[in-house]
Design a protein around this ligand. Structure first.
Ligand code: NAP
Ligand code: GLV
Length: 313
C-alpha cells in the first residue's frame, strides 16, 4: 500500500510521522518520483489541479484538516470517500481558542492592555460575569459542541445554530433559516464554526450583525470567526465596528490569507487577529488518526467522519 502526501506546506514533518505510524507502507510525496498505480490513499491539503488524477488504485482521500472546502473546489475530484480530521487534539485546540477569546471579551482585556501601555489604573466597578453573557455558536458540530460544553463550565449562557434540527442535552439549539433570527437576537458573542459552503459563503455580513443582541452586558455584540475567511465580509465587519453595530471582533481566518499588509483589520483597535491557527492539525496526532482509519478500512470496518459531498462538509 502506498500513501501519497500531497501538500501545499513543507511535507517533511508529515512524511516522518506517517513513516513512524505506518512503518510497513510506502509513504511518497507529490513532486517526487513514485508509482501512481500503487497509491491507495492520499493525505492532502489544498491539492493543485491535476495532482489527484490518474490514481487507479485510490481508495480514500484524507483531508489534513477538519474543513474540506479546499477539496470541494478541486476540479475532477476522484470518486472515493473523503475523510476529514475530527479528533480530540484538534478539537481541544479549537475549544481553547474559543474559550480564551470569549473570556478576553468578557473581561475587556483589550482595554486593560491599552491601559497598561498608558500606565492607567482604571478598574471596572461592576463588570459582567460569564452568566450575564449569551454566546451563540454558529455550527454546532464536532468543534461547536466541544467549545459549547467548555464555555458552559465557565458559566456562559450558550446556544447553538446548525443546518438541521438536533437535540444536545443542556443546550438550546436553533436550526436553519427559520431559527437564525431568534438565535442571533439572543447572542452577545457570536462564535462562527461553520464550514464554508455555497450556502454559508459571505454569511457574516452587515445584515446578520444587525440582528445580534444589542441590549447585552458587553456594550455591543462581538464576533469571533474561527471557521473560514470567506464566511465573512470584511468591509462590513470594519464598517459595523466603526458605527457600533459590532463592538469587537476576533478573527482567525480571512477572505485572503495571509492577510494582506494593507488590510485595515491589522490596525483596527477593536480587532484581534491570529494567523489561521485556532486549531492546527498537529502532525503526530493527525498521522495517528489517519493510520487508525486506514487500519480500520483494511479490516473491513467503515471509515469515520466521511464528508457528504452533496452538503459540501
Ligand atoms: P462539523 O462537525 O461538520 O460541523 C459543522 C456544523 O456546521 C454542523 O452543526 C452543521 O449543521 C453546521 N452547518 C453547516 N452548514 C450550515 C448551514 N448552511 N447553516 C447552518 N449550519 C450549518 O464541522 P467541525 O469539525 O465542527 O468544523 C467546522 C469548521 O471549522 C470546519 O469546516 C472548518 O472550516 C473550521 N475549522 C477551522 C480551524 C481553524 O484553525 N481556524 C480548524 C479546524 C476547523 P448540521 O449539524 O445540521 O450538519
Ligand atoms: C483548519 O483550518 C482545518 O480545517 O482543520
Amino acid at each position: 500500500m502506498t500513501l501519497l502526501v500531497a501538500l501545499t506546506w513543507d511535507p517533511k514533518p508529515w512524511v516522518e510521522r506517517f513513516r513512524k505510524v505506518l512503518p510497513d507502507r510506502d509513504i511518497v510525496v507529490l513532486g517526487e518520483g513514485f508509482d501512481k498505480s500503487r497509491v491507495e490513499y492520499v493525505a492532502t491539503w489544498g491539492p493543485k489541479p491535476g495532482s489527484l488524477s490518474g490514481l487507479p488504485s485510490l481508495r480514500a482521500l484524507f483531508s489534513l484538516g477538519a474543513g474540506v472546502d479546499h477539496l470541494m473546489s478541486y476540479p475532477d475530484l476522484p470518486d472515493v470517500p473523503i475523510v476529514r480530521v475530527a479528533q480530540d487534539d484538534l478539537t481541544h485546540r479549537m475549544s481553547e481558542y474559543v474559550v480564551m477569546h470569549c473570556l478576553m471579551h468578557l473581561r475587556d482585556q483589550h482595554r486593560f492592555d491599552e491601559d497598561q501601555r498608558a500606565k492607567r489604573w482604571q478598574p471596572d466597578r461592576a463588570p459582567p460575569i460569564a452568566g450575564d453573557v449569551r454566546v451563540g455558536i454558529m455550527g454546532f458540530g464536532v468543534l461547536g459542541q466541544d467549545a459549547a460544553r467548555k464555555l458552559k463550565v465557565m458559566g456562559f449562557d450558550v446556544a447553538g445554530w446548525s443546518r438541521t434540527a438536533k437535540n444536545v442535552e443542556g443546550f438550546e439549539i436553533y436550526s436553519g433559516e427559520d431559527g437564525l433570527s431568534a438565535f442571533l437576537a439572543r447572542t452577545d458573542i457570536l462564535v462562527s464554526l461553520i464550514p464554508l459552503t455555497p450556502d454559508t459563503s459571505g454569511i457574516l455580513s452587515r445584515s446578520l450583525f444587525q440582528k445580534l443582541a444589542h441590549d447585552g452586558r458587553l456594550g455591543g455584540p462581538v464576533l469571533i470567526n474561527a471557521g473560514r475567511g470567506k464566511l465573512q465580509v470584511e468591509t462590513d465587519i470594519l464598517a459595523c465596528l466603526d458605527d457600533g453595530t459590532l463592538k469587537a471582533a476576533t478573527l482567525d481566518v480571512f477572505e485572503v490569507e495571509p492577510l494582506p499588509q494593507d488590510s485595515p483589520l491589522w490596525t483596527h483597535p477593536r480587532v484581534t487577529i491570529s494567523p489561521h491557527n485556532a486549531a492546527t492539525s498537529e502532525p503526530e496526532a493527525t498521522a495517528r488518526y489517519i493510520a487508525d482509519q486506514i487500519r480500520r478500512h483494511e479490516a473491513g470496518e467503515a471509515l469515520e467522519n466521511i464528508v457528504d459531498r452533496a452538503r459540501g462538509y
